[in-house]
Design a protein around this ligand. Structure first.
Ligand code: 5AD
Ligand code: SF4
Length: 448
């Protein structure tokens, strides 16, 4: 390819999980650090980074169709097109294939290598096509610039990667082995986030509760130790974490839910299935009874806890009776909310070549039944909170003029009217519940 002038503007397009959103923000900061500007809404950019997700279906097709759309819509009069970079988990898993099939892609960068984007950009400017899907031993976090801008609710990646190898999942291949960021750099980053105005921090990791590290006195700590240390930051009001694995739900972390008031009463603990046979075939390493016991222990120390989970329907070989066990689990536990997905065979994972792949119409039907049960469960949970007074962190404008939308401690969406601004932590009474949100009445706003 001919050399091209260095890009002046960029856009990062994120797909997938919150970890990707975090990575996307960090890439944006890295590009801004190179002197580039974010392209304004609706305007084309000199550099487009597609920060892809590979966890479920059609991820690769989506990347190709996005590239097609960019080439069609963003072509310039002189015939030049934006520099296209494919980042994220699809880049990691299918980078070579993308380079071969899409000549317009100039850079492929994996989730553990994106701190090297500036060097890659320099090569791309010389007309080269570059791929970096290494998983370097040194952590990318040390190489990234400091955070510049955060909202009232900020993400902080504390752990990455996964050693669990559930048989359906690509994450251990795309994100690599479990790695914890060091305690001291996390405390430093959290302090900076708080100094910049964050009052809520969500600790992120593919297996966030597997985080380990040595504290400032050299003592080995788990996630609960990190949470307790963060709770000492005076101007930080709320701490959350996600996503967790049942095997890493330590006694200390369960106890923290009862003792650390800044740790919000919310636990996202995926179970995937309510059938022990399916869990074994998924290599989940836990049984239904063990999962229920964990949830009950958390409830014992924090009775109002909002429980959340992930479910997969139509895993290979899942029978109607096994699916009914999943429904049963949902009915008996009472989830505040949960995510549910149709099983999607991921290339290279053991489950993709298992016998008994389930027909799409069966999966559709099971998903509908599960989602109906989860909606009922969410509504029931939300109804139990009606009448409570709680703090709501204002995140967005509501649909109607003068209306605000924020999050309760239980991660419910609460809309209300009155004097408030984005980022305020207001006091509201929960007045009326639906399955996906609640109406609140503003009682007080310390900020106004
Ligand atoms: N098919 C469907 N859902 C999946 N998940 C992970 N891999 C797959 C797959 N192959 C879901 C799991 C996981 C969540 C992040 O995505 O429920 O917890
Ligand atoms: Fe995937 Fe299982 Fe690891 Fe979660 S624990 S990231 S589902 S392999």
């Amino acid at each position: 390819m001919p050399p091209s002038p260095p890009p002046q503007t960029y856009r990062v397009k994120n797909f997938g999980c919150q970890m990707n959103v975090y990575d996307g923000e960090r890439m944006s900061e890295l590009l801004a650090d190179q002197g580039m500007n974010a392209a304004a809404d609706g305007e084309d950019a000199d550099l487009v980074v597609l920060n892809t997700c590979h966890i479920r279906e059609k991820a690769v097709d989506k990347v190709y169709s996005d590239i097609g759309r960019i080439l069609k819509d963003w072509g310039r009069e002189d015939g030049s097109v934006p520099l296209i970079a494919v980042a994220g988990c699809v880049a990691q898993a299918e980078g070579d294939e993308i380079m071969a099939r899409a000549p317009s892609v100039r850079m492929v960068v994996g989730p553990q290598a994106y701190h090297r984007l500036p060097a890659m950009l320099a090569e791309a400017a010389l007309g080269k096509r570059v791929t970096d899907t290494d998983m370097p031993a040194e952590t990318k976090f040390d190489a990234l610039p400091r955070r510049r801008k955060v909202g009232a609710s900020a993400f902080l990646t504390v752990q990455e990667g996964c050693d669990k190898f559930c048989t359906y999942c690509v994450v251990p291949y795309t994100r690599g082995a479990e790695v914890s960021r060091p305690f001291a750099s996390l405390i430093d980053e959290a302090k900076r986030l708080v100094d910049m105005g964050a009052i809520e921090i969500t600790l992120l990791g593919q297996n966030v509760n597997a985080w380990t590290g040595d504290d400032d006195k050299g003592r080995a700590q788990g996630l609960d130790g990190l949470i307790r240390a963060l709770a000492e930051l005076a101007d930080l009001s709320r701490i959350r974490y996600m996503t967790s694995h049942p095997s890493d739900m330590s006694d200390g972390l369960i106890a923290a839910h009862g003792e650390v008031t800044k740790l919000m009463p919310f636990l996202h603990l995926p179970v995937q299935s309510g059938s022990d046979r399916v869990l074994a075939a998924m290599n989940r390493n836990h049984k239904v009874a063990g999962y229920l016991r964990l949830m009950e222990r958390v409830r014992a120390v924090r009775p109002d806890i909002a429980l959340s989970g992930d479910f997969i329907v139509g895993f290979p070989g899942e029978t109607e009776a096994e699916f009914a066990e999943t429904l049963q689990l949902v009915e008996s536990l009472g989830y505040a909310q949960a995510f549910s997905f149709k099983y999607s065979p991921r290339p290279g994972t053991p489950a993709a070549s298992m016998d008994g792949q389930i027909a799409p119409e069966v999966m559709d039907e099971r998903l509908q039944r599960l989602q109906a049960a989860l909606q009922r469960s969410s509504l029931a949970f939300n109804q139990t909170t009606v009448g409570r007074t709680c703090e709501v962190l204002v995140e967005r404008h509501g649909r109607k003029p003068g209306q605000w939308l924020g999050k309760s401690p239980w991660l419910q969406s609460v809309y209300f009217e009155g004097e408030a601004a984005l980022g305020d932590l207001v006091t509201a009474e929960l007045l009326e519940a639906g399955p996906n949100s609640l109406r609140g009445g503003l009682l007080a706003n310390a900020a106004s």
